[in-house]
Ligand binder design. Sequence first.
Ligand code: FAD
Length: 408
Amino acid sequence: MKKLKYDVVVLGGGAAGMGAINGALSQNVSVLLIEREASTGGVLNQCIHNGFGVHVFKQELSGPEYHEMYMEKLSRFDAMYETTVLNVDVKSNTLNTISISGVYEIKYGSLVLATGARERPFEALRIPGYRPAGVFTAGLAQHFVNLENRLPGHKAVIVGSGDIGLIMARRLTLEGVEVEGVYEIMPYQGGLTRNIVQCLDDFNIPLHLSTSIVEVHGKDRLEGVTVAKFENGHPVRKTERFVKCDTLVASVGLIPENDLVNETIELSDGSGANVDDLMRTNIYNVFAAGNNVCIHDLVDFAAVEGEIAGKNAAHVAKGKELPERMGILKKGEGVGLLSTKYTIAAEPFKLFVRVKKPMGTTILRLNDQKIKTVLAAKPSEMIEVKMDPSRYNMKGNLILSAMEVDKI
Ligand SMILES: Cc1cc2nc3c(=O)[nH]c(=O)nc-3n(C[C@H](O)[C@H](O)[C@H](O)COP(=O)(O)OP(=O)(O)OC[C@H]3O[C@@H](n4cnc5c(N)ncnc54)[C@H](O)[C@@H]3O)c2cc1C
């Protein structure tokens, strides 16, 4: 077995991985990227729509443009592409990889996990019927259309109103596919408002809220679906309607990808890696950033998190001790997701918050300290909160809650 040794090893070369390489290189350490695909970029490569880079590059780029511009920022680093990591041993600081050039044992000073997220499959919805040809996840349909120049079908129904589904509704329409509608089981949208407007409203594609699929028809090829209204998670009788279609695109959520380390790294209830504000996990030399920590709406947040993780991973690889953790952040009333679990708070940091349900004017509180007011809070839109240790107490048990003004 061939052996290699690096100060910082970055696993995954999407936006967060590129950010981690950038952060580590700024500290003059040796860096190795391991990526299972043939290049860096991750999900950016298949996102040919614009809307990327508003914060980092101050302009609206397509995914591939963002990828190219970010790569131009990076000086030389080593990379192993089309390489699969077989296992990570956090006790001996080694990992094993396999690729066409053989099996390697790689020793690291620090490791950055930037493995992104995978799509929740349609099967997870447990809907009766066969699983004929014509049923896709939204990311897979996007891959076919944008990278392989293939159309999945001619008449499509989209289940779930997450951003990838909304973007695919527009993309398929532009390619000549008839998109019958988007069906969302919740009484509110799953994706960003800008995507509802630009991807559905502008193309007259109806969004059916509180409605979902109750049956799949067809054995070899999809022939149609039955949709029905939903109340409190249950289909409402006599609201069923048959929709003829040959394509079903599911956009029903992303799951942080942490399977390689799920026995050693502490994970949240949403299966993201629990990190502190320096992006360190429960293992002193293992860091995590990007969609495997929490699902980000904006690529810039994943890249910046990566930069923090890479820089601190380099410090630890060089033998520097990071400050101790001072507090633990917990979800309080109204909060569905927090990006950071532990606070070190040596410096101000950004915390990302998602609320549980749509709310009007909402006040975010850290214990009894008011930290932000949001005019309209939606689960689909991440709230960015600046956590400043000179303004707020960030020690001990910290409960972050979100409450609507007229309910306080
Ligand atoms: C369809 C879609 C549209 C979006 N639109 C926008 C937009 O308009 N504007 C915006 O700012 N943001 C947008 N985003 C969000 C943003 O693109 C993502 O949050 C961000 O790119 C995620 O980066 P990441 O590095 O965490 O993950 P990824 O890009 O998924 O990268 C993870 C990488 O890890 C690799 N990997 C995984 N497991 C392993 C392993 N075991 N071994 C080796 N490599 C591995 C993968 O191959 C991949 O390259 C969109 C996202 C999607 C999915």
